[in-house]
Design a protein. Structure first.
Length: 89
């Protein structure tokens, strides 16, 4: 109640941006889960993202595909995306 209309507008825009980013991350996870069974996209410091997928192995082509997807959906550069795989074994 103590905030100005301009402050409220800025806060509302920040909230919408966060909700949009969360929606995009969820969409990426859902796409990757169709291929790998389990996938998590974690936002890290500096607008970087770490993608972890469940797979016995991950070849270069698959990793590049994941990086391209994240770059396209979240509008970030390649250096802001890392990919890791973990095995159930």
């Amino acid at each position: 109640m103590e905030k100005t209309p301009a402050d409220n507008a800025v806060a509302q825009e920040q909230l919408l941006n966060l909700e949009e980013k969360e929606s995009k991350i969820t969409g990426i996870e859902e796409q990757l889960q169709q291929k790998y069974g389990e996938a998590i996209v974690k936002e890290e410091a500096g607008d970087s993202y770490k993608v972890v997928v469940l797979s016995d192995k991950l070849d270069v082509k698959q990793a590049v595909s994941i990086v391209d997807l994240v770059m396209k959906e979240l509008s970030v550069s390649q250096d802001k995306v890392s990919v890791q795989y973990v095995s159930e074994k």
